[in-house]
Design a protein around this ligand. Structure first.
Ligand code: GLA
Length: 401
C-alpha cells in the first residue's frame, strides 16, 4: 500500500507543476485549482434518464482546470491534452457552438447566464488524464471542474447538487446530448472506495463501500478505441424510444418503469410492439439488477456482482441494442476466462469502454487474451486502464509563496 503522505506529496507536486504551466501560458499565477474526476458505471445503464437507479463510481483520473478572473469579457482557455487554445467573448458569440472541447466550457457559461449569474472572462489552463472520448465522462469532468472554478471565482454560492444539475442541463440544452444526471452527479459526489447508489427520480443517494483490493480484485477498463459522438449517435434516439414505450403503457398506476414488474410488462408485449418492448424490458430488468448489485456489495459477494455485470451486458446488447462487436468481445472473453468474474460495457455504448471485474493476479493474461482476440477479428488495438475508485470534485484557492 502506498502511504498517504506520499500520495499527498504527489498531488502537491502535480499542482505545483500545473501552476507553473499556467504561468508559462498566461504569465501570472492562477487564482483557483479545480479538479473533477471521470467515472465508470458499475451497473445501471440507460436508467438515469428513465427515472431509475444507477451505481457509478468516480475514478482516479481527473480533469484539472486552473483559472483566474479577467477584467474583460474574454474567456481564454488553453487545453493541454489537445495542445490547443480557444477563446470566446461573453455575450457576443456565446450562443454559437464552436465544435470540440471548448463547447463544454461555453455551455457552462451559457447555462449560468440563463440563470442570471453575472460573470466576467477568465484565463484557464485545462489538464487531464481521463482518457478522451472513451466513454469515461471526460466531458462531464470538464463541465464540473469549470463550474466549480466559476462558483469559487465569482462567489456564485451554488450547492453541489445544483452544480451537477447545471452541468447536465448545459450538456442537454447547449451541447445537445439528452443525457441523464449520472455522469455529472458522480463527478461531483464520488468518494474513494465507494460506489454511489443513486435514485434518479428522488435524487436520494447512498454510498456503498466497495473494497476490491482486499479480495485481490481489480477493475480493468477496456477502451475499444471506437469513438462515437453522443450528439450524433443513437443515444438521443434510445432515450426517445424508451419515453415512447413508457407512454404506451402509462396509466394512473404506472408513472415510470419502476411501477411495473417484468411479468406485467410481458403481458403488454403486443401492445408495445417488439422494439418498444425490448427497450422497456431492459430498463425494468436493469433497475432490478442495480438493487441486486447493491445487495451483493453489502454482502461482499463479488461472484454475484460479476454475474449481474454479464446479465447487464446481455440486456444492453440484445434489448437496448447499444453495444458493438468490440464491446461484445470483452463480454465473450470475460465469459471464457477463469480470472474474470464479470464484464460489461459501461456508459452510453456504441463504442467507448467496457469494465471487467478481474482477479489482479490474472490481469496480464486477461489483457493478452483480449488483445489477441481483437487482432484476430481485425479490430483496433484496444487500450487498458487499471483504475481505482477515487474522490469527487474539489476546488481550492492556490497558495503560492
Ligand atoms: C451517458 C450519459 C449518462 C447515461 C449513460 C448511459 O454516459 O451521459 O447520462 O445515460 O450514458 O447509462
Amino acid at each position: 500500500m502506498i502511504p498517504l503522505l506520499s500520495i499527498k506529496l504527489f498531488y502537491l507536486q502535480m499542482e505545483n507543476a500545473l501552476i507553473q504551466s499556467y504561468c508559462g501560458v498566461f504569465g501570472s499565477v492562477p487564482e483557483v485549482f479545480s479538479s473533477a474526476p471521470g467515472r465508470i458505471n458499475i451497473i445501471g445503464e440507460h436508467t438515469d434518464y428513465n427515472s431509475g437507479y444507477v451505481l457509478p463510481t468516480a475514478i482516479d483520473r481527473h480533469v484539472v482546470l486552473l483559472a483566474s478572473k479577467r477584467a474583460d469579457n474574454i474567456v481564454h482557455v488553453w487545453a493541454d491534452s489537445y495542445k490547443q487554445e480557444a477563446r470566446f467573448r461573453l455575450g457576443e458569440d456565446r450562443d454559437t457552438k464552436q465544435g470540440g472541447w471548448i463547447d463544454y466550457v461555453k455551455g457552462i457559461y451559457w447555462i449560468l447566464a440563463q440563470k442570471g449569474a453575472s460573470l466576467r472572462g477568465i484565463n484557464a489552463y485545462v489538464w487531464g488524464n481521463v482518457p478522451l472520448e472513451s466513454g469515461l465522462s471526460s466531458s462531464a469532468a470538464l463541465e464540473v471542474s469549470t463550474l466549480h472554478a466559476l462558483n469559487m471565482l465569482f462567489a456564485l454560492h451554488l450547492t453541489p447538487l445544483e452544480m451537477a444539475q447545471l452541468a447536465q442541463k448545459s450538456e442537454n440544452d447547449y451541447v445537445g446530448v439528452k443525457c441523464g444526471l449520472m455522469d455529472q452527479f458522480i463527478s461531483v459526489f464520488g468518494k474513494k472506495d465507494r460506489a454511489v447508489f443513486l435514485d434518479c427520480e428522488t435524487l436520494e443517494y447512498e454510498y456503498i463501500p466497495i473494497y476490491l483490493t482486499r479480495k485481490g480484485l481489480g477493475i480493468l477498463v477496456y477502451d475499444t478505441g471506437v469513438r462515437r459522438d453522443l450528439a450524433t449517435s443513437d443515444y438521443n434516439k434510445r432515450r426517445a424510444e424508451a419515453t415512447e414505450a413508457l407512454e404506451k403503457i402509462a396509466n394512473s398506476g404506472i408513472r415510470s418503469y419502476r411501477d411495473i414488474t417484468l411479468n406485467e410488462l410481458q403481458k403488454k408485449r403486443s401492445k408495445l410492439g417488439e422494439t418498444h418492448f425490448r427497450r422497456a424490458r431492459h430498463v425494468v430488468t436493469e433497475n432490478e439488477r442495480v438493487k441486486k448489485a447493491v445487495d451483493a456489495l453489502r454482502a461482499d459477494d463479488f461472484l454475484e456482482l460479476g454475474k449481474l455485470l454479464f446479465q447487464s451486458h446481455e440486456s444492453l446488447r440484445d434489448d437496448y441494442q447499444v453495444s458493438c462487436p468490440e464491446l461484445d468481445l470483452l463480454y465473450d472473453c470475460g465469459k471464457r476466462s477463469q480470472v474474470c468474474l464479470g464484464a460489461r460495457m459501461t456508459g452510453a455504448g456504441f463504442g467507448g469502454s467496457g469494465i471487467a471485474l478481474v482477479q489482479k493476479s490474472g490481469l496480464p493474461s486477461f489483457k493478452k487474451m483480449i488483445s489477441d482476440e481483437a487482432r484476430k477479428k481485425g479490430f483496433k488495438q484496444p487500450s487498458f486502464h487499471e483504475v481505482e475508485i477515487g474522490e469527487g470534485a474539489r476546488v481550492h484557492r492556490t497558495q503560492v509563496d
